[in-house]
Design a protein around this ligand. Sequence first.
Ligand code: NIG
Ligand code: FE
Length: 413
Amino acid sequence: MIYDLLVYNIGQLILPKYSPKPLKGQEMKVLQVMENAAFAVLDGKIAWYGTDKESKTMSAKHRMDGGHKVVSPGLVDPHTHLVFGGSREHELPMKQAGLSYLEILAKGGGILSTVEATKLATEDELVRKASFHLERMISYGVTTIEAKSGYGLERETELKQLRVIRRLQEKYPAEIVSTFLGPHAVPSCYKGKEDDFIDEMIGLLKEIKQEKLASFADIFCETGVFSLGQSRRYLQKASELGFGLKIHADEIDPLGGAELAVDLGAASADHLVAASDEGINRLSKSDTVAVLLPGTTFYLGKDHYAKARALIDRGAAVAIATDFNPGSCVTENLQMIMSLAALKLKMTAEEIWNAVTINAANAIGKGKEAGTLEIGQQADFVLWDVPNYRYIPYHFGVNHAEYVYIGGRKIWG
Ligand code: NIG
Ligand code: FE
């Protein structure tokens, strides 16, 4: 057998457990790490892995020295707001003056200010801008990404954002999973008529399904945004139409979003900073992935982080994500989020790696395809310029990725 690529002399090969269901609780504490390893790629797929010694007798068209460093599956970022117009650095002084996220939103800033900028941008401009951010994510080792709409809040601009995501899917080898987040904020003309807005978004769901423009539906369930009842009605309809479900749940107030996510069998409940004890217990008994976003808590300047320890210790499946967006978490760097997971969520290195690979993949319905280096899977992997896998959460704020490969081809580094 002559392989296309053989990567040898790998100090540590990270092999999260292949699992089409998320790893829960104690399972997250286990991470298979093979020392002095090698692996081979054929036709863009993982064809073999084993010891470095075994690899010496193998033939391959290309051989790559792993430099005794670390190789992992490509990271998965399961929650991003990748496509938007403009930016919001002008709001930083308001934050510094003590205005909260919801107060800035209530003044017509925040999400609503990005909605204006996204409306004004052409589809081509949005593709260019999102490409810039996407390339940066890839450079940080991410090969599978979820991307949401949600900066249109009306038909034309929401569809424009989803078409941008489709163009990015065609343009890049990275896997991009598309989510419709029409109910992301209440447009000013619908204040007090939120139910009518939900009806309009439900109407749009049908069109999006027909055009196959998104796999998931999401909603911002929060005080001053959409109520639990409105969220239930919208998500139930989305489920009937065949969408996978996600929910921005219990970020600021404990409205019961976590419980709703479990009731409806959502793929994930995201944020959960204020999730109730009951919500945590319900998640722990379910396969709904708790997608935690510590970068957002950090960027909003809050002291209380999501209760990752309670979630994992009681048996829940946890993933982490950037929540990359122009307002509440302005970074493409998932490695930085791994550091925050260690420092603020008190997650172990093993839990963190499972949270950015196999569990993140399961949070976006890609548990069979991404997040592991199983034989037969697409060869998406990263060579990290670090001495061991614990080093990445430890040394924060910089890029440790040396090479990023998708389908066995180098796309960065
Ligand atoms: O996940 N919480 C709501 N939505 C985003 C923020 C979007 C924005 O501020 O532009 C979030 O944090
Ligand atoms: Fe978000």
